[in-house]
Design a protein around this ligand. Structure first.
Ligand code: ADP
Ligand code: ZN
Ligand code: MG
Length: 496
């Protein structure tokens, strides 16, 4: 198979994502008052409504509707004042009801968008932008029309079709087969605790063009959902899940090709690698004169390939019809404005504030806000720095410390929360002050940082105890230099 870079010379990839997020921060399920709890004893959080026993009637969870409206406002969607719930019928024991309650053509949130900043190596996959100069936009009518060139990459405007409200299914466990697969299993167990968990599904327009863009979109959406606090967005526990749709077309063509849908993209790396593989696979099939079937495929990260799961069903197969037990849902202006008032500062706004208030580059600002913890920590440091004369000069070294050393440390110490480490804002500020006053070199600053983390000590004390203070008095240094030269006449002669 050809490599991705090679394939992208001749083919353009078209990618659309469907991203599910469980509203894990809520107390109860979507249509009943069963408690939401991950990892509870199986089938202990069920009731007549989520098991669909005769006569039980669903009642929508208002807090869940608030969450989806919050998600819509944070992703620039129009909020539909009237929308309905539908039954999506299917026969599978993971849902006792034999249907999933979801939404129809009109969802709570429609027509949104996110702007993606793509820079560095990630930007290189867009070979169609090579001729654009910074500030220039792709020509109208071409597929680069939604892209604006920046100094070190580009910004892509990615459309969001909708975000709709639905509910999660229960969990099936297959026993006796290999790797928990249904194939070869002797029997299956089902746990309905998850059935009825509020779930929102965001569907993008087919506006993404590279696996890197898909990964960045997913990361950005996760940052936003975490900022607005609607989900814990754990890809390992499945509270944030992504399906990737991808098709190919010849460079220059604007028609859509037949797509395949990839499941099991449960990490950013899997999403990227699965799409990259699938693009190469499709190119090979097409170049050999074959056809792409619209099918659902499973990405196997250990075998590094995708395999067919099923040929795609159409919406008609699900017999989607209006839910007779739920009236159309009307949102008042007061409700929508009430939710809008709860919108916190979003990552993009935070980055813009960091750049404007502290003179940081767009790159630094963007990386600081990648995690809420590091962004909050930077804010805390700058609040302390404000008490110092010319405190804003510490912004850049603090940003460097956080983006490089702190981020790398957190990467290695997976699962550790920054707030639980020995690095307080006061210590971070002391460290960059020692650096700014030339008391220590930048190499020593890295050492001091790791000692803070290992020994839970203050930077001044560490520098003192280890005799690290760098001598910045040139007179004193020159005296030492003279002494060394005088003591080594042979070396000096050899050098001359
Ligand atoms: P389906 O009916 O198969 O679910 P949708 O039209 O609902 O398809 O789209 C599902 C996702 O697939 C969306 O994110 C959309 O942007 C994307 N998509 C649709 N058509 C294509 C295509 N030809 N190539 C790539 N992605 C596509
Ligand atoms: Zn219930
Ligand atoms: Mg669809």
């Amino acid at each position: 198979m050809k490599k991705l870079e090679q394939v992208l010379e001749d083919w353009e990839a078209v990618i659309g994502l469907e991203i599910h997020a469980e509203l894990t921060t809520l107390e109860t399920k979507m249509f009943c008052s069963c408690k939401l709890e991950f990892g509870a004893e199986p089938n202990t959080h069920t009731c007549p409504v989520c098991l669909c026993l005769p006569g039980a009637l669903p009642v929508p969870n208002k807090a869940a509707i608030e969450s989806i409206v919050l998600a819509g406002l944070a992703t620039n969607c129009d909020i539909e004042k009237r929308s309905m719930f539908y039954r999506k019928n299917y026969m599978y024991p993971d849902m006792a009801k034999n249907f999933q309650t979801t939404q129809g053509p009109v969802a709570f949130c429609m027509r949104g968008h996110l702007d993606l900043d793509v820079d560095g190596a990630a930007a290189k996959e867009r070979i169609d932008l090579a001729d654009l100069k910074p500030g220039e936009q792709g020509a109208a009518g071409t597929t680069a029309a939604n892209v604006t060139r920046t100094e070190d990459g580009y910004v892509a405007h990615v459309g969001i079709e909708r975000i709709h409200m639905e509910e999660d299914a229960g969990k099936m466990i297959h026993i006796g087969g290999g790797e928990g697969r249904i194939a070869g299993a002797t029997h299956s167990l089902v746990d309905y605790n998850r059935a009825g968990t509020p779930l929102i599904e965001l569907v993008t327009k087919p506006d993404l063009r590279t696996p890197e863009e898909a990964r960045l979109f997913m990361q950005k959406l996760r940052q936003i959902y975490l900022a607005i606090g609607i989900s814990d967005c754990s890809m390992e526990e499945g509270s944030l899940r992504c399906d990737g749709n991808v098709s190919l077309r010849r460079r220059g063509s604007t028609e859509l090709g037949t797509k395949t849908e990839l499941k099991n993209m449960n990490s950013f790396k899997n999403l990227h690698d699965g799409l990259a593989y699938e693009i190469c696979r499709q190119a090979e099939v097409l170049e050999e004169g074959g056809v792409i079937y619209q099918e659902t495929r499973h990405w196997d990260p250990s075998a590094k390939r995708t395999i067919v799961m099923r040929v795609k069903e159409t919406a008609d197969d699900y017999r989607l019809f209006p839910e007779p037990d739920l009236a159309p849902y009307d949102l008042s202006d007061e409700f929508i404005e009430g939710v809008r008032a709860k919108l916190p500062e979003l990552p993009d706004q935070k980055a813009a504030r960091f750049a404007a208030d502290f003179g940081l580059s767009a790159y630094d600002a963007r990386h600081l806000v990648e995690h809420r913890a590091t962004a909050d920590f930077f804010d805390e440091c700058m609040a302390l720095a404000a008490a110092e004369p010319g405190g804003s000069k510490f912004a850049k070294p603090l940003a460097n410390l956080i983006i490089n050393d702190v981020a790398a440390w957190l990467n290695v110490h997976e699962g550790v929360v920054l707030a639980d480490t020995p690095l307080t804002a006061a210590r971070a500020l002391s460290l960059v002050k020692l650096l700014a006053s030339d008391a220590i070199s930048s190499k020593q600053a890295k050492e001091v940082f790791s000692v803070i983390m290992d020994e839970d000590a203050d930077p001044e004390a560490i520098v003192e105890a280890r005799g690290m203070k760098q001598v910045s008095d040139t007179g004193a240094i020159e005296a030492v230099v003279d002494e060394v030269i005088a003591a080594n006449p042979d070396e000096v002669a050899r050098y001359r």
